[in-house]
Design a protein around this ligand. Structure first.
Ligand SMILES: [Zn+2]
Length: 274
């Protein structure tokens, strides 16, 4: 697979030392003003911010609250990130840039089935309201729980391969598949992450990798969780032209020590990386 490195501007030099073919900029809302001083030989991915003005974005938001933006506002801010991605791409290799977006679908309490269905039904229509003709737009699958504002929230949409596949068929778009998120969903629902991967692989363009444990143990170092890498790696090795980025929690610190450890271990376990 093709190596991409997650980065912020301040970590760029550390991440370039990994010789990635792709730089995946993890945006916060202030990065709408990001200026880069040089040009890059890498391809550009932007991971869209999850918050804007300290409120969560949610493209299937049922109502605005003091912690979640309305659907309209969320789409407006994501559009700004798309437009910024296109501008930034002038400093990267000529290819079309990619933007990775989390759909949202968050709730602090458990929602009724009918509310969850309502959210699910909004995804395609929301995405179609965005102007993404000059970017490669990839929606990312969510874990069942997520930590926001120091509390555990529910993610209600885009958790499994069925929902992703349906979306891909309806929109003609591909996805970013986060194996850690998927494994957490699988642990909660007694499903196999290998089966999920095999169901969705043909629609995946970019992978996020980290280990995972239980229902909410996210972003773990390789081997610290129970993701069955020994079964996953041979499948991933089929995709020489697809890319991945490592998402180990705090992996960027100390010049990318956590990322380096993950990369070494996943290679030792057999992942072919170019
Ligand atoms: Zn991810």
């Amino acid at each position: 697979m093709i190596l991409g490195m997650k980065t912020r501007k301040r970590d760029l030099n550390d991440m370039l030392k990994f010789n990635p073919k792709i730089l995946e900029f993890h945006f916060s809302d202030s990065d709408l003003n990001l200026e880069l001083e040089k040009n890059f030989e890498q391809e550009l991915i932007v991971h869209c911010f999850e918050y804007f003005d300290r409120k969560l974005l949610d493209i299937v938001s049922l109502e605005e609250t003091n912690q979640i933006h309305s659907r309209e506002k969320s789409l407006e801010y994501i559009q700004k990130a798309i437009d910024k991605t296109i501008l930034l791409n002038e400093q990267f290799q000529g290819k079309t840039p990619t933007i990775v977006v989390h759909p949202g679908g968050y709730s602090i309490n458990t929602l009724t089935e009918s509310k969850i269905e309502k959210m699910k039904d909004m995804i395609v229509d929301s995405v179609n309201q965005l102007d993404f003709k000059n970017v490669n737009f990839l929606l990312e699958n969510m874990p069942p729980y997520a930590w926001f504002f120091s509390g555990r929230w529910n993610s209600n949409v885009f958790l499994n391969s069925n929902d992703m596949k349906k979306y891909c068929l309806e929109t003609g778009l591909n996805v970013c598949y986060d194996l850690c998120h998927s494994h957490l969903y699988c642990n909660k629902n007694n499903v196999s992450v290998v089966d999920e991967l095999l169901q969705i692989e043909q629609y995946v363009e970019h992978y996020h990798l980290s280990d995972a444990e239980g229902e909410d143990g996210e972003g773990l170092q390789f081997g610290d969780g129970d993701l069955p890498f020994e079964k996953v790696i041979p499948i991933l090795n089929k995709f020489k032209d697809k890319s991945f980025a490592i998402e180990v929690w705090k992996g960027h610190e100390q010049k990318g020590k956590g990322f380096e450890e993950f990369l070494d271990k996943v290679k030792q376990a057999g992942l072919l990386v170019t």
